[in-house]
Design a protein around this ligand. Structure first.
Ligand code: SAM
Length: 238
């Protein structure tokens, strides 16, 4: 996977993408990260940003700066579709399903907004897909880009060694998944709190049943929206 990030703050990268399993994947070229500094592309005598036409607060990254940065990219390899993503609170909500889709892509270009955003014409001209990482507003797209890259790259086969751990995660690709059950490690007793005895029983079926019951209870109480999808999928399966 080749990931290109267009940002005003190149020093933010690789940041957490350079440590642990993602760092190893980066070192081993499982994915590559090309960081483009938007400040290099301000047009002569112009700023990278401009005030919004029609008035309003803040500044927008200008179409001419972004156009020059995009034009500097090598042309896409004809065998792979280039995916262009702009992070924005008004985009489609990022999910595990979306991460699965992007984990199978080879050429991803990410544009990180700043200030009040960017000139919309760029999104139209280059067919950017708008993605949001949640219903809140960040200062810029860099942290959203990192969350997106980490969630997508960890699904590339081999990045996380135990495949089962991906299958058991909360939010597997299916929209009808349960949240994860509680997990414990040693010591068995800590601050008067004990590991549930069933987890020490060695009875794999009893452990599976307990975990399923816990996952169902947690999903039902914390995320009624996911619970409804789960119940509907079970009804459809019968
Ligand atoms: N004026 C914009 C709005 O109301 O939608 C918010 C701009 S925000 C301060 C600056 C940049 O941060 C955005 O252009 C976007 O790239 C990024 N950003 C902020 N919140 C985000 C979110 N929830 N998901 C993805 N990107 C976000």
């Amino acid at each position: 996977m080749r990931v290109t990030v267009l940002t005003l703050f190149p020093d933010a990268f690789p940041g957490p993408l350079g440590v642990s399993l993602l760092g190893r994947a980066l070192e081993n070229d499982v994915f590559t990260l090309r960081i483009i500094d938007l400040k290099q592309f301000s047009q002569e005598g112009e700023r990278v940003d401009g005030s919004p036409c029609g008035g309003g607060c803040g500044m927008l990254l200008s179409a001419r700066t972004l156009e020059a940065a995009i034009a500097s990219l090598p042309p896409p390899d004809p065998s792979f579709a280039r995916q262009c993503i702009y992070f924005s609170p008004r985009g489609a909500l990022f999910s595990q399903k979306t991460a699965h889709f992007f984990s199978q892509q080879h050429d991803i270009v990410i544009l990180c907004g700043r200030y009040e955003g960017i000139d919309t014409r760029i999104l139209e001209e280059y067919a950017f897909t708008e993605i949001s990482i949640g219903d809140y507003v960040l200062m810029g797209g860099e942290i959203a880009a990192m969350a997106f890259i980490e969630a997508s790259v960890r699904l590339i086969p081999g990045v996380v060694s135990t495949h089962d751990s991906l299958i058991e995660d909360s939010f597997v690709a299916s929209s009808a998944s349960l949240l994860e059950y509680p997990q414990y490690t040693h010591p068995v007793r800590w601050r008067k709190r004990s590991v549930p005895p069933v987890l020490l029983s060695g009875d794999h079926e009893a452990v599976r049943q307990w975990r399923l019951a816990q996952a169902r209870m947690i999903t039902r109480t914390r995320r009624p929206d996911l619970w409804s999808k789960y119940v509907a999928s079970k009804l459809n399966a019968t």
